[in-house]
Write a protein that binds this ligand. Structure first.
Ligand code: ATP
Ligand code: ZN
Ligand code: MG
Length: 533
């Protein structure tokens, strides 16, 4: 990889012949010594190929490798000139610009890049030539080159990986269980009996009976899995500033499935007068008109639900006495724009989840993950008695570029950062041998330093800190339970029934017009009867 460009340095006065002599000496020193520091191979360092003096400035042609990159080299040149000329001749540097910066990559790239920083990209034989716009000192101080090169590498890797964003390796599965699939699709049943009503795409109101059943399942999970392992409940916000998503990487990775929030342009209601009048007359609320009164989105709605955890510890220094930290949050919904497959409460735009998060030294983070795995298995097998399987599904961005090609389906390193998904069989969809009849109900991840690095979460003795998280999607677990256990309460997990019975079962809505159909009303009556027994 080569970098070339033209550095222009402007001084605050015209320079005399003496000063020019001095500069020639400094350039000789830069080429011999200072620009070579930090690279064993001088080709990987930087070199000033030629220069010309102007009245009150100098223009230098520079060429660098990747160890002393052009941005760093330019700043070194500027610093040497300004320090030496400043003390000896009282000459200051007024500005430094890098004209015509060009990156030459040793390979052809297949991806496209459209950002204002880039003037053009061309390929020449086996090389790619990237021409950038002129950069000033503040641009050079940012790691723009580093980030740009990383972006190219990332995009290339993603392109090589294809559309496939995860790979899937079975870790373990339960024995086959007898299921009672006669009820068909539980989503249908819940809607027909009026326990839930769809408000908009992927968003439902759950009436008290369904709320009771969902909350009970959550409580069971908390009592059987989360609390015995010592996790404590916290309350996380559900709307996050964009900077948080920039640091977690979600904005760069899954922006297409995030939902954003905007503040009003003004708090002064008179500013809305026109829009209010329009609504009066039209009896409509046209979104395009509303948009004009809103500021650009500055928040995204809860996506992964663990974002606030990393934010909370940003720039904090932790010591052993406070570690590991083990929290969970169940204080509100998550929001995802799902392009397709929205179905009942299996794939929602607004869903509910218990998010379990932890932070500690790597060995502790792995240990906690293993304890959780064990408890999850116990929960699925002994408490709920459902048919499940778990798989190692590490998203491509966790893989090191070198490891990627050599990765075999059978080799997984479970103590490395990565994700384990829990899946359960949905008998109503079809045969257990077909993967499309299974649904992800939850997962456990260890992230390595993916979050502790950008959020600068530190240990007082400089030890590495890792994080982990696990999401329990309540609606999905509930659907699986219904789908595998059916309507016969005798088949239901004993503990769950016990918990359900702890309070009087809430009343179902049964009015003139609701549930909508005769058939739904009959089914509701049947279910209430079953529950009474
Ligand atoms: P899927 O592959 O099914 O889209 P995901 O990989 O996007 O799931 P995660 O990002 O791992 O899901 O979210 C963790 C958990 O949150 C999931 O295991 C699931 O229980 C729940 N979940 C995710 N997306 C939805 C959704 N759209 N509706 C309901 N629950 C969801
Ligand atoms: Zn998470
Ligand atoms: Mg998804």
């Amino acid at each position: 990889m080569r970098f070339t460009g033209i550095i222009e340095i402007v001084f605050n006065k015209t320079i005399s012949e003496d000063v020019k002599k001095e500069i020639e000496g400094l350039i000789e020193y830069l080429n011999r010594d200072y620009l070579k520091r930090g690279a064993r191979d001088p080709r990987e360092a930087a070199h000033i190929n030629s220069y010309t003096f102007k009245d009150s400035g100098i223009v230098l042609e520079i060429e660098t490798g990747s160890k002393v990159r052009i941005d760093e080299a330019t700043l070194r040149v500027k610093n040497v000139l300004s320090t030496s000329l400043g003390s000896k001749y009282r000459i200051g540097v007024r500005g430094v610009n890098l004209h015509n910066p060009i990156i030459t990559l040793d390979n052809k790239i297949s991806i496209s890049l459209k950002i204002p920083l880039i003037k053009s990209i061309a390929s020449d034989g086996d090389h790619t030539i990237i021409e950038l716009v002129e950069l000033d000192e503040s641009d050079l101080k940012k790691p723009l080159f580093l980030r740009l090169l990383r972006l190219i590498e990332d995009k290339e890797q993603r392109a090589r990986w294809g559309g496939k964003s995860e790979h899937w390796v079975l870790i373990k599965r339960s024995g086959k269980k007898t299921v009672e699939a006669s009820m068909g699709d539980p989503n249908d049943v819940l809607e027909r009996i009026g326990w839930m009503k769809r408000m908009s795409v992927g968003q439902w109101l759950y009436t008290p009976p369904l709320t009771h059943m969902l909350n009970t399942l959550k409580r069971l999970f908390i009592d059987e899995v989360v609390k015995p392992l010592g996790f404590e409940e916290a309350t996380f916000p559900k709307m996050y500033p964009l900077e948080v998503g920039l640091k977690t990487g979600h904005l760069k990775g899954v922006i297409n499935s995030m939902i954003f929030a905007s503040l009003p342009r003004s708090y002064d209601i008179s500013e809305f007068e026109e829009f209010i009048d329009l609504m009066y007359v039209l009896n409509e609320a046209p979104p395009e008109e509303l948009q004009r009164h809103l500021r650009p989105s500055s928040y995204f709605l809860c996506f992964a639900q663990c974002e606030p955890f990393y934010w909370f510890f940003e720039n904090e220094i932790l010591d052993d006495s406070s570690l590991p930290i083990k929290w969970y949050d169940q204080s509100g919904p998550s929001y995802r724009w799902e392009s397709g497959g929205i179905h009942g409460i299996e794939r929602l735009i607004e869903f509910h989840r218990i998010e379990v998060v932890w932070l500690g030294r790597p060995d502790d983070v792995i240990k906690i993950r293993n304890e959780l795995l064990e408890r999850y298995e116990y929960f699925m097998d002994k408490v709920l008695d459902i048919e499940w399987r778990m798989a190692w599904v590490t998203p491509w961005f966790y893989e090191q570029s070198g490891a990627l090609q050599g990765l075999k389906e059978s080799t997984i390193e479970i103590d490395k950062p990565g994700t384990i998904d829990f899946e359960a069989w949905l008998p109503y969809r079809g045969d257990r041998d077909d993967s499309k009849n299974w649904i992800e109900v939850g997962n456990i991840s260890i992230h390595g330093t993916k979050f502790t690095e950008p959020f600068r979460i530190k240990h007082n003795r400089g030890e590495t800190l890792w994080t982990g998280c696990s999401g329990f999607g309540s609606e999905r677990w509930f659907i699986v339970l219904l789908a595998q256990k059916g309507l016969n309460i005798d088949n239901w997990p004993k503990k769950y029934i016990e918990y359900i019975k702890a309070i009087p079962f809430p009343r179902s809505i049964d009015t003139i017009t609701y549930p909508r159909t005769k058939d739904g009303k009959e089914l509701l009556a049947k279910i209430i009867n079953l529950l009474k027994q």
